[in-house]
Design a protein around this ligand. Structure first.
Ligand SMILES: [Zn+2]
Ligand SMILES: [Zn+2]
Ligand SMILES: [Zn+2]
Length: 108
């Protein structure tokens, strides 16, 4: 494996998936990471993620596969709990770490 010094990467984005520089005009950014358009795909169904995507442990998922893999749907607001968001569990249910989803008065 050839070692290339990564000292001059200020002018070009590096794809977080394939580690190659992104020369295209279109750079897709997810959670602060940049991807080629062709690299932004669900790791499960390989569908391109153009609209919405979810990241977990560096892997990208479409909404349905993310829910299928992790089952992180808030029992309070019924929205997907993003990996970046804090969540709380109570009686096997997942909640956003927010008073609206997880009423403090309900803690026993
Ligand atoms: Zn790439
Ligand atoms: Zn998928
Ligand atoms: Zn919620």
């Amino acid at each position: 494996m050839p070692s290339s010094p990564k000292t001059d990467d200020t002018t070009m984005f590096t794809c977080a998936y394939c580690q190659n520089p992104i020369k295209e005009k279109l750079v897709l950014a997810v959670s602060g990471l940049n991807y080629h358009r062709r690299c932004l795909r669900c790791v499960v169904c390989r569908e391109f993620l153009t609209d919405i995507c979810f990241r977990h442990s560096g892997a990208l998922y479409c909404k349905s596969d993310f829910i299928g893999q992790f089952g992180a749907i808030c029992a309070g607001c019924h929205q997907v709990i993003l990996p970046d968001e804090m969540s709380q569990c109570k009686q096997g249910l997942a909640f956003h770490d927010s008073p609206e989803c997880f009423p403090p008065s309900d803690i026993t």
